[in-house]
Design a protein around this ligand. Structure first.
Ligand code: GDP
Length: 490
């Protein structure tokens, strides 16, 4: 298909049932309006309320984003050395800076979480991608406004060395609460700034795995009210916080209205926010055309193999996969007479070779395919990221998904696809594989929903003042099949 801007009639399919705005030009970013034609059968429709919130957020990003007088003003106040004139008045713009880190999957689920928090708290979302350039892999999601945080100019700007913030930072909510002084806790559990007319110019939110008790008070209503008056929030996370926001009292009503189908939160947020750059999309569509597109009725089975511990013997991982696909009858038709195809993604080529050998040398039916074999994970390498993102999107076009537990790479693929995967159990990334360790039984389980798992929820119920069983609090929050201490929207 070739579209010229003037001729394109954007339909509900292009716009994903109104999720996307028609304000962009068609050719500025091919994936934006072509994604729909590769993902025809989403059964989830975004609610009208979600759509109205997205349009409202787009207007906010336009009014307050980089390049506007409001942004200049907010930046000047943030950087003014005496820290004077802080706090926000009605109508002032407030900001949420997302500090990205780790692999692409982690970054995407974290940005989606930060975006939703920005919508809920009426803040402008600005993304700090780190050393790489996010523009290598993604187009802009907001019309007429950038979502990328401009490089900080002032020497003493709190936005200057964002990658240095961590659990020890004295500006973190957790440390402010722990050291006292800045925050006053009243007898009824309410929290307020010690100097009420002058909340700090910015607060750092440390929300990455392994964070402490005081950092986790972020999920309390009282602490959310405290943060409202802070003009700039800097958030560092690698996690899918959305189930945690569904447990934060002031957000519950809004979230339930935005997502009548709770299990489609990332499906909508991810399809709204992420639009592969033309370089990535070219890789996706060329590969798809050459290897995966077939006769009508062809099924493509996507297999994502992610191994965290090099000591885990590949043969055991392969055996687990093969018993999963046999038990669940996921690959019955990969024979010469059948057109079905298999897409394998992995850093290693070994699994692909064995699966291909298992299924007629990979030439039977629609064949067995692997787009790349990168060997190992690389940082700050644009060509590597282009491959990784294109493979997440290729997986998302598959009809059946088998993924590796714990992997955010797989979460993104299943979320974009709107398909519940079969998940193979994995030892956690920080757990060592032990010699003679028994094979997981069963080899795979069906995920309860298409939602990513939140690996590091807070179990603390702020009102009750004690830990609770999170899967008993709301009917739509359950434990994940791959991470026993994680929670998932269902
Ligand atoms: P996670 O570590 O599995 O949760 O996923 P992340 O995406 O956060 O980090 C893993 C990174 O390793 C990816 O972003 C890629 O850079 C690389 N990687 C892992 N698996 C694959 C794969 O199957 N294909 C490609 N091309 N890269 C992969």
């Amino acid at each position: 298909l070739f579209f010229r801007d003037a001729q394109v009639n954007l339909t509900a399919d292009h716009l994903l049932d109104g999720l996307l705005t028609a304000e962009f030009s068609y050719r500025s970013c091919r994936s934006r309006y072509e994604f729909g034609s590769y993902h025809k059968n989403s059964s989830h429709k975004p609610s009208p309320y979600l759509l109205s919130k997205l349009r409202k957020q787009e207007a906010l990003q336009k009014r307050c984003g980089p390049g506007t007088p409001a942004y200049k003003n907010a930046l000047r106040r943030l950087q003014s050395s005496d820290g004077a004139a802080t706090g926000v008045e009605d109508g002032d713009c407030r900001y949420l800076v997302n500090i990205s880190f780790r692999g692409l999957g982690n970054r995407m689920i974290a940005v989606a979480s930060a975006f939703l928090y920005a919508v809920l708290t009426e803040r402008v979302l600005l993304v700090h991608w780190g050393k790489q350039d996010a523009a290598d892999v993604f187009c802009q999601p907001f019309p007429g406004a950038t979502w990328l945080l401009p490089r900080a100019s002032g020497k003493r700007s709190p936005l200057r060395n964002l990658d240095d913030y961590g659990g020890e930072s004295k500006e973190s909510l957790g440390n402010m609460l722990q050291s006292g002084g800045a925050v006053v806790v009243s007898a009824d559990g309410n929290v307020s700034w010690a100097s009420p007319r002058r909340p700090p110019a910015y607060v750092y939110l440390h929300l990455s795995g392994g964070y402490g008790f005081h950092d986790k008070l972020f999920y309390c209503g009282a602490h959310q009210r405290l943060l409202r008056g802070v003009p700039w929030l800097l958030m560092r996370t690698d996690s899918y916080l959305v189930p945690g926001l569904f447990l934060t009292p002031p957000f519950v009503g809004e979230l339930e209205a935005m997502f009548p189908e709770k299990d489609a939160a990332f499906h909508h947020l991810g399809r709204y926010l992420f639009h592969p750059s033309n370089a990535v999309w070219r890789a996706v569509t060329n590969y798809h055309r050459a290897n995966l597109a077939g006769a009508a009725g062809r099924r493509v089975v996507g297999i994502q193999i992610r191994v965290f511990d090099k000591k885990q013997p590949p043969q055991l991982v392969l055996d687990q996969l093969l018993s999963c696909v046999r038990n669940e009858k996921l690959l019955p038709g990969i024979a010469a007479s059948n057109d079905d195809a298999v897409l394998v993604t992995s850093l290693s080529s070994w699994y692909y070779e064995r699966i291909a050998a298992e299924y007629g040398g990979g030439v039977a039916g629609g064949g067995v395919h692997q787009p790349s074999q990168e060997g190992k994970q690389r940082w700050g390498d644009a060509a590597h990221d282009v491959k990784a993102l294109s493979e997440m999107y290729l997986l998302s076009t598959c009809d059946v998904l088998v993924t590796s537990g714990f992997s955010t790479f797989g979460y993104v693929a299943q979320g974009l696809a709107g398909r519940r995967p079969w998940v193979m159990a994995r030892p956690s990334p920080w757990e060592e594989w032990k010699e003679g360790q028994a094979a997981p039984e069963p080899p795979c389980r069906r995920a309860l929903s298409v939602e990513p798992c939140f690996h590091s929820p807070s179990y603390y119920d702020c009102a009750a003042g004690r830990d609770v069983e999170l899967d008993r609090v709301r009917p739509y929050i359950r434990r994940c099949v791959d991470v026993s201490w994680g929670i998932q929207l269902v």
